[in-house]
Design a protein around this ligand. Structure first.
Ligand SMILES: NC(=O)c1ccc[n+]([C@@H]2O[C@H](COP(=O)([O-])OP(=O)(O)OC[C@H]3O[C@@H](n4cnc5c(N)ncnc54)[C@H](OP(=O)(O)O)[C@@H]3O)[C@@H](O)[C@H]2O)c1
Length: 244
């Protein structure tokens, strides 16, 4: 089995200013790939770009709100124009708003669905023609264990991630004939500032509860790089990754 060489692979990575997105960008850059760093805030993206360039890599910073249809289309058009191709879209941007449904606000519901479900739809749709032009490529979405099982306080988040799993499964069947591999990574808890709690708070929670475990963002990044490296004849459609 010959693994794919990721040198010069152009991957649009959403959520690249933090956590999983940043870790994927850094891991891809060390293989010689070129991550395109997308997120709403420029400063953390510039910080990721600095980490990449300190390691000798190359990246492109494109701040954008992935819930904004025109902004998403503009990102993909600009990447294709500036870098000449797009090989992969890694959809890691997400938000975690938690609370009981009885008191959950309509705004939190709408923003959860917009970011975790509509945005991957917009990004995947924008990526497809560019990937097809290359004769294929990869779309990788980051779901969650809450995308396969509902938990109290997580109703909106779970609804968005269950929806994402369905979107990716349907899309996978649509574009496989174009050589586009659509995959979903399904991780358990990850040690990032996701969901309104800092990494320090999560470390403290772990210290106080030996049963509480987290993945590192780098573990999820390694799983995503594994997907990108798979040879043309092999495709992992869903990858479940739990802390141990
Ligand atoms: N951490 C966990 O325990 C965990 C577990 C399972 C699955 N996940 C999933 O893993 C993915 C990555 O999460 P993470 O842990 O890396 O979280 P994170 O550290 O909070 O990073 C999330 C990133 O998404 C970006 N983002 C949010 N809304 C956006 C928007 N509208 N447009 C563009 N970018 C946006 C944020 O940047 P800006 O705010 O600057 O836009 C941020 O960089 C998410 O999809 C999450 O649901 C996380």
């Amino acid at each position: 089995m010959t693994e794919r060489d990721l040198a010069e692979t152009v991957a649009v990575i959403t959520g690249a200013g933090s956590g999983v997105g940043r870790a994927v960008a850094m891991a891809l850059a060390t293989t010689g790939g070129i991550p395109v760093l997308v997120g709403r805030t420029r400063e953390p993206l510039a910080e990721t770009a600095a980490f990449v360039s300190n390691g000798g890599g190359q990246s492109l910073v494109l701040p954008a709100d992935v819930t904004d249809e025109a902004a998403v289309d503009a990102v993909f058009a600009r990447v294709a124009g500036e870098l000449g191709r797009i090989d992969a879209a890694i959809l890691a941007a997400g938000i975690g708003r938690y609370g009981p449904i009885e008191s959950f606000t309509r705004t939190d519901w709408d923003e959860t669905l917009a970011t975790n479900l509509t945005a991957p739809f917009l990004c995947a749709r924008a990526a497809i023609p560019h990937l097809r032009n290359r004769g294929g490529g990869a779309i990788v979405a980051v779901s969650s264990g809450a995308g396969k099982q509902g938990y109290p306080q997580l109703g909106a988040y779970s609804a968005s991630k269950f929806g994402l799993m369905g979107l990716m499964q349907g899309l996978a069947a649509e574009v496989a004939a174009d050589g586009i591999k659509v995959s979903t990574v399904v991780p358990g808890s990850i040690l990032t500032p996701f969901g309104g709690r800092s990494v320090e708070e999560k470390r403290e929670a772990m210290a106080n509860d030996p049963g509480k475990k987290y993945l590192e963002a780098e573990d999820v990044a390694a799983a995503i790089l594994f997907l990108l490296r798979q040879p043309p004849h092999a495709w992992t459609q869903e990858l479940n990754l739990w802390p141990f």
